[in-house]
Write a protein that binds this ligand. Sequence first.
Ligand code: ZN
Length: 480
Amino acid sequence: MRAWAAGVGLLLAALAVDAWAAVEVRGVRLWRAPDNTRLVFDLSGQVQHSVFTLTAPDRIVIDVNGAQLRTPLDRLAFGDTPISGLRAAQRTPDGLRLVLDLSKSVVPKSFTLAPNQQYGHRLVLDLYDQVPSVAPELPPTRVVSRPVPVPVPVPAPIPVVSSPKSAAKATTPLPRGKRDIVVAIDAGHGGEDPGAIGPQGVQEKSVVLAIARELQQQVNAEKGFRAELVRAGDYFIPLRERTEIARKKGADLFVSIHADAAPRSSAFGASVYALSDRGATSETARWLADSENRSDLIGGVGSVSLEDKDRMLAGVLLDLSMTASLSSSLNVGQKVLSNMGRITSLHKERVEQAGFMVLKSPDIPSILVETGFISNPDESDKLQTRSHQQALARSIHGGVRQFFQQNPPPGTYIAWLRDSGKIARGRQEHVVSSGETLALIAERYQVGMAELRGANRLRSDELKIGQVLDIPAASLAAQP
Ligand SMILES: [Zn+2]
């Protein structure tokens, strides 16, 4: 009993000391994105802070209550950021004042982040560049300590791109543009979020950016195609914003590039994911989906109630299972996967489906490519070599090309090539997604059930998700 009391006394003393000790600012990191600059202060504990701006000259002042500076500030390279200097002053009684000197005015946003797997407490300051004469499009306020549901933008009804039906010859004459097919390439993670980390500290974010750049070069080298990088450097982009960027760039396809990690270092091989509408198709997939979605928490928007968004999206996703987007995603995913299988081991032989946030565009066919396991020592070594990165890019590119040659969006140069007989009209195929019945597919392609059964030698009308069906050629001519 006495020992217990003494223990409690010691514990109280320790708590009291902790409460009075100043929070230390132990490090400062800086990331530059195309339209904003992020400063991250690493802290030893939670803080209260305030931010205000001063003009002539432009400055930003950050007051951090009860904090002490325990890191040098003169080691930051401001480079092409609007920051020209960072100074600190210790104020009485116990405040730290940080002053940023600016070469241009910016719009600041600040928030704190709780510890995660990689970092402790952080204070984040995002400085958005002022775009002249255009109102800066700011992300929703990021409240981290007190989660507030943020309204989800309702996806506008956008014509479904490269659906099997629209890929069939159109009856109504379309304006004969010959635009490029746009492939949005999304290198996963970035900046604050390194992604998976390999045996010798190799970071997923750098490996996947190298592969993304390689893929961009290859796609751009092909007439009729244009590749746009969603992330072009080492900075973080929230997951939802990635799909928004792709949409703004007019993407016909969204390809997110990642490298896997698993608790077992022996796990190896590449995989390709499309969106699932019923959660993950396997435990591994679920684990992966969680760790990829966790990326938003690391970057700082996750605490803004992702669950609410998921619930709201659930309705949309349900409808999605019936749309051509998912069918196209599975189709292009399968082509990419079989091309990858020629140059690297596969983790799974068919396209997996999981609830990855970046795949949730209702209007753009989207796949996520796990290029290999960075947690596997051999594969991690390979993933870092230029030749393997090129080979991976070539195989992804090959799958994407095959898909679009068979399903060119109307109005594109590739559609024109195909319609003018310069590309052999490939056989039409359909990859079965969840909830689809044979009758539904027959209806969509304007083909008889018997015809469809015959072409695929089906003994029953039961379909499996991921099953590839041949669509009888006759149906292509039979226009409504
Ligand atoms: Zn990843």
